[in-house]
Design a protein around this ligand. Structure first.
Ligand code: C5P
Length: 275
């Protein structure tokens, strides 16, 4: 059995530059990954199976069209059927929440199947399959800190320190397409120059205003995170609604997590670190 981690993705900065003719948006983003997330378990056997378990399984169950099975089928289309596979997705990340859960799961499926088939994870055809599955899937396949351009699929590696980070989601699912569609089409400029931390601190998330308009709970999350002791940066990730707070000290991250859990036991909260 192969157990592939599918860690949460964050966009420490996300600059939307233009709307393209194909309906997508040209963007510049700083992708990072954290230490925790979903897992995908793949067991070669005598017949195919797919099951979803874990705290957020209910949000996905009953969906015939899962990104994991789409990734499996796309891999087979490119590299051949191989052995039947039993796949179990252990879902710990909230669904439709700006931290790449589905993209991470698809990428983990591709990595696991590549390992079983003896295919290098940076094989070009695998990257092409990832890009066809979703804009964030190539970054999730690489699984390391990257600047993303284009739809997010043109990637350049960068380094970032393993800072403590707190992720908070107010339990509102947000449609990525709806948030992009509500962007005001104003180009506010490129990512700043400098190292990854400088890019994060000097950058923006241009999807924050449209997401906040669609899901006002994001305002409350950001206000709470912005007030935490020792916070370096509080911002929304992706198209939301999950927001993150970066800290220098793990103690400050833990104290902020404790405060959020006390004030809002109904919110999802993950205390982790950049990977
Ligand atoms: O690529 P993915 O399927 O994850 O994107 C979901 C939706 O988000 C797209 O259908 C599109 O509306 C929007 N999107 C976009 N520009 C991007 C990435 C996503 O407009 N660069």
């Amino acid at each position: 059995m192969i157990v592939e981690p599918a860690p949460a993705k964050l966009n420490l900065a996300l600059h939307v530059r233009a709307r393209r003719d194909d309906g997508y948006h040209e963007l510049e983003t700083l992708f990072v990954f954290v230490r925790d997330g979903d897992t995908v378990r793949l067991t070669p056997g005598t017949r195919d199976g797919f099951a979803i378990v874990g705290p957020f399984a209910a949000g996905l169950s009953g969906e015939g069209d899962n990104l994991v099975t789409r990734a499996r089928d796309a891999f087979r289309g490119a590299f051949g059927a191989g052995q039947p596979l039993s796949i179990v997705l252990d879902k710990h990340l909230p669904v439709a929440s700006g931290i790449g859960g589905g993209s991470a799961d698809a990428a983990a499926t591709l990595r696991g199947m590549a390992q079983i088939a003896g295919i290098a994870p940076d094989e070009r055809e695998l990257m092409a399959i990832a890009a066809a599955l979703g804009s964030d899937v190539p970054a999730c396949l690489a699984g390391r800190t990257m600047i993303g351009r284009g739809r997010g699929e043109r990637l350049t590696p960068v380094e970032i320190p393993a800072l403590p980070v707190l992720l908070v989601n107010p339990g509102v699912a947000v449609s990525t397409a709806a948030v992009f569609a509500a962007w005001d089409r104003t180009d506010r400029g490129p990512l700043p120059q400098g190292n990854a931390l400088a890019i994060a601190l000097g950058g923006r998330n241009d999807l924050e205003p449209p997401a906040r308009a669609l899901a006002p709970a994001i305002d409350t999350v950001l206000a709470m995170l912005g007030d935490a002791r020792g916070v370096r940066l509080a911002r929304m990730s992706g198209s939301g609604a999950t927001c993150f707070a970066l800290f220098d000290r793990a103690e400050d991250c833990a104290a902020a997590a404790q405060a959020v859990r006390m004030a809002r036991p109904d919110w999802w909260c993950l205390e982790t670190a950049l990977a």
